[in-house]
Write a protein that binds this ligand. Structure first.
Ligand SMILES: O=C(O)c1cc(C(=O)O)c2c(n1)C(=O)C(=O)c1cc(C(=O)O)[nH]c1-2
Length: 231
């Protein structure tokens, strides 16, 4: 089938984010409204850590499948952004600092038994998707990042305003992501818009993005269920 022109395909992908990205999740809306208890905030930070730990792992699976060294050279940054390098701290370490700023120790964060079952299922499904599916779909599933910068900017402002008990230094993870994300987004768009050269491939990319929105949504569902005020 003839593919949509790139601009229309991009619109189709962006529409998925507008309808299904986790910025719309009730738990997230409550975070921005200043409505989360300390326990709920900690529960989110604790469980999101499992997602953070798995990002470089899924990116390593994708790396093995990318077409050529030029793309691998650009993609490998995603791994070091999270794992760090000899000289520079990575996102996982910055997330530990976020954890510490909400009262969690490094040991709490790394305690595997504390990961909620729904969070584990969702994150493991994301890693398996990136390991098992064609690289184009695995790359498309990361395109939730297109919608992250707006959310992260709002998160920094609203968390500072509504949760004064969290030290501002804890939010460094999100500030750093705002500087890292533009290059990632550019690469994701370039790969997906160029290589989805049939309508079938475009639809597979759209489904991959929907799947990933469901991963993020399920994470918040699980946290809400376990730590929500009414839990
Ligand atoms: O805090 C967020 O709302 C949020 C969302 C997402 C996302 O949309 O998947 C990512 C991140 N943060 C993030 O920090 C990050 O490094 C990241 C990598 C990826 C990915 O799928 O490769 N998503 C995200």
């Amino acid at each position: 089938m003839t593919p949509l022109p790139a601009a229309e395909f991009e619109e189709e992908l962006r529409a998925i984010g507008e309808q299904r990205y986790h910025h719309l999740h009730p738990f997230n809306e409550r975070m921005h409204a200043g409505d989360l208890t300390e326990d709920e905030f900690r529960g989110w930070v604790r469980n999101r850590f499992y997602y953070q730990l798995n990002l470089p792992i899924k990116d390593a699976f994708v790396l093995t499948k990318l077409p050529g060294s030029e793309h691998r050279r650009r993609w490998i940054k995603r791994i070091t952004d999270h794992d760090g390098t000899d000289g520079a701290e990575g996102g996982i370490e910055r997330w530990v600092r976020l954890g510490e700023s909400v009262g969690l120790t490094r040991a709490d964060l790394h305690d595997d038994r504390a990961v909620l079952p729904g969070v584990r299922f969702a994150v493991d499904a994301y890693v398996a998707f990136c390991r098992d599916r064609p690289w184009l779909e695995a790359v498309a599933s990361a395109m939730t990042e297109l919608f992250a910068p707006d959310l992260l900017s709002r998160r920094i402002t609203d968390v500072r305003e509504h949760y004064p008990w969290i030290a501002p230094s804890g939010l460094e993870y999100f500030r750093t992501r705002l500087t890292q994300q533009p290059a990632d987004i550019e690469h994701l768009l370039e790969l997906v818009l160029t290589h989805a050269d049939t309508r079938e491939k475009q639809l597979a990319c759209a489904r991959a993005l929907e799947f990933k929105c469901d991963v993020l949504w399920t994470l918040l569902d699980s946290v809400q269920l376990a730590f929500g005020k009414d839990a």
